[in-house]
Ligand binder design. Sequence first.
Ligand code: IMP
Length: 437
Amino acid sequence: MPATIVVGLQWGDEGKGKTTDLLADSVSMVVRYQGGDNAGHTVVVGDAVFKLHLVPSGVLQPHITPVIGNGVVVNPRTLLREMDGLTERGIDTTRIRVSRNAHVIMPYHVALDGASETRLAGSGAGIGTTRRGIGPTYADRASRSGIRMGDLLDPAFLRTRLAQVLPERNRLLAENGEPVFEIDALVAEAAGWGERLRGQIVDTALLVQDALAAGEHVLLEGAQGTLLDIDHGSYPYVTSSNPTAGGACTGSGVGPRQIGSVIGVLKAYSTRVGSGPFPTELLDEVGRHLSVRGNEVGTTTGRQRRCGWLDTASLRHVVALNSVTSIMINKIDVLTGVPELRICTGYRVDGAPVRWPLTLGELERAEPVYEVFPGWEADLTKVRSERDLPPEAARYLDAVESHAGVPIEIVSVGPERTETFRRVPKGFPSGLPAGIA
Ligand code: IMP
């Protein structure tokens, strides 16, 4: 069976963890393909809430092999803490596999990220990163100065690599008035990570290829979202990897022709964490309603998420960038009680209509063009069938689908696994992988 990609269609936090969890029955392997512990996936099973930053959410299903692919940057401190927490709750973490080619977020990367954010924030230019060391680690990967997971298994080689790269990182830290790192302590800690993970650090591209060759269904799970993509997002207010479907191929070792479906995950409104343009942002009572009802607080940093109207002008472009075949829409229940709803369908810059993608300057000046819809008062959290939706909510979904140009097939009305129903697309064939209930 071909692989399926789950990709975020906005600025992250669309609810991808829940999508993966829902598809899990038909899947034997879940692969994270980019990002690191800047991500936060919340999965609710009954009364249990699992907050995962690095381990793929498929870990909660005993039949799944959770894989951290080569495109991920791994902070072993976070990984081991998460594995210990899961083990305490009775979940087998020995099944987790980590790519030996994935880059390690070393303690100095975290320190460099923090120092850079503090320095930029002083001049009002901070990215608002999660301060998890993501950018500095990907920068070292690109400049061939990184440490890879496989290196942790060979302390002598690790020491040689650190002796080459640490002085420059320490110089940068010292310049910023930050404490520097001792090579002996770093080698000792990193070799300890390697010892604990020995047997789980493998060539994951081979593992994934073997699974596909055996006809298994492999899910490639993205973190963050398309609008935070380093190439396609509002640079520099982006993350340092490719959350887009293309990143799923390079970040896991799967070829484009091995992908069968791309499920795009969309929140029924927009949210963004950190700095950067957000043309449909709501700084009023409606924004506060979405923030409070949607519990829009970052899983990783605890920061308040900015909220705004859904943007279908960007959605059309994002659907194309990712070859989305089907959409899962989350949190439609949060829109209950908003008297009048809006969907952005285009932009005007300096009075003239423009199409997405916009430059950073244009985005900052962009005036959204809105379509207006009546809201609804009914609580949607108990809805389990499209037929039980208020007509206004059904109309809202129809409009989003028609603007997206691809089917909306899964609707989520609450955080729990069961708070979901299937929707019949209007005029579009199904784009879900075969065998999904
Ligand atoms: P970084 O990925 O920590 O370097 O942060 C870069 C930008 O991406 C910042 O605006 C972060 O708030 C944002 N970001 C990173 N990870 C996530 C996520 O999982 N959800 C939402 N925003 C994120």
